[in-house]
Design a protein around this ligand. Structure first.
Ligand SMILES: Nc1ncnc2c1ncn2[C@@H]1O[C@H](COP(=O)(O)OP(=O)(O)OP(=O)(O)O)[C@@H](O)[C@H]1O
Length: 219
């Protein structure tokens, strides 16, 4: 069985800056890979290449063994769902935002599942609130619900718990472990990397400098 997600020499150069520099890594089904590294190392840039939000200037990504350039971008972004570092919600309610992907694709909305997802993220009773009145951490969790309700095969998370208190952070981590999806998560929190990472990859200057178990990579 091929790895769920495999990058081959993945590279993005912008104006002579090698934001992502020849990264090759094979991510197995249901594996949680945590990306660490200093600010500006290229962590977000790498994540955005994984579902073609940005285009690689060299190299490619295989999803279940298929070159992702052969997959229509919209389908790819459902199958490989990204929760960005600073997600933008659209004006409206929490429920509308959480189910937005389904609405845009004219797919049926399961209200019970939506409520259950919001509850698991500590947002029970938030369905009818307008998103303008949410805190940063609440906004982040609505964005996580929105991506999860799309039913991705691979989940990409860019510092998903950076603005959450420890109880909300624990809820998100519990949900991720319960879902058991193939996951790539960026964090600055080494303790989180130890808690949830099957493997940790360390980036510096756009390059993969270390890849291994949390104990091997984190001193
Ligand atoms: N669209 C872009 N065009 C040019 N340079 C960019 C672009 N996006 C990011 N960069 C630069 O690429 C480098 C890597 O940025 P990136 O956001 O990927 O780092 P990061 O490791 O995620 O950092 P942080 O931990 O601060 O979020 C930085 O020097 C940044 O200024």
């Amino acid at each position: 069985m091929p790895p769920t997600l495999e990058t081959r020499n993945l590279t993005r150069v912008v104006e002579d800056d090698r934001l992502v520099d020849g990264i090759s890594v094979a991510i197995r089904e249901r594996e949680v890979i945590v990306i660490v590294g200093p600010s500006g190392a290229g962590k977000s840039s790498f994540l955005r290449l994984l579902n073609r939000l940005d285009e690689p200037t060299a190299g490619t990504v295989l999803l279940d063994g298929v070159d992702y350039h052969e997959i229509p971008p919209r389908e790819l972004r459902v199958r490989v769902g990204l929760v960005p570092q600073s997600p933008a919600l659209v004006p409206g309610t929490v429920f509308e935002n959480a189910t937005r992907g389904l609405t845009l694709r004219n797919e049926p909305i399961d209200a019970e599942r939506t409520t259950q997802m919001l509850t698991q993220l500590g947002l029970d009773g938030y369905e009818d609130r307008t998103v303008e009145e949410l805190s940063g951490g609440e906004t982040q969790r609505v964005a996580i619900a929105r991506t999860l309700l799309n039913g991705p095969e691979v989940l990409l998370l860019d510092e998903p718990t950076a603005s959450l208190d420890s109880a909300s952070e624990a809820r998100v981590e519990d949900l991720l472990s319960e879902l058991g999806l193939t996951t790539v998560l960026v964090t600055h929190d080494e303790e989180q990397a130890r808690r949830i990472g099957d493997r940790v990859m360390e980036l510096r200057n756009g390059q993969l400098v270390r890849l291994g178990s949390p104990t091997e990579v984190l001193s």
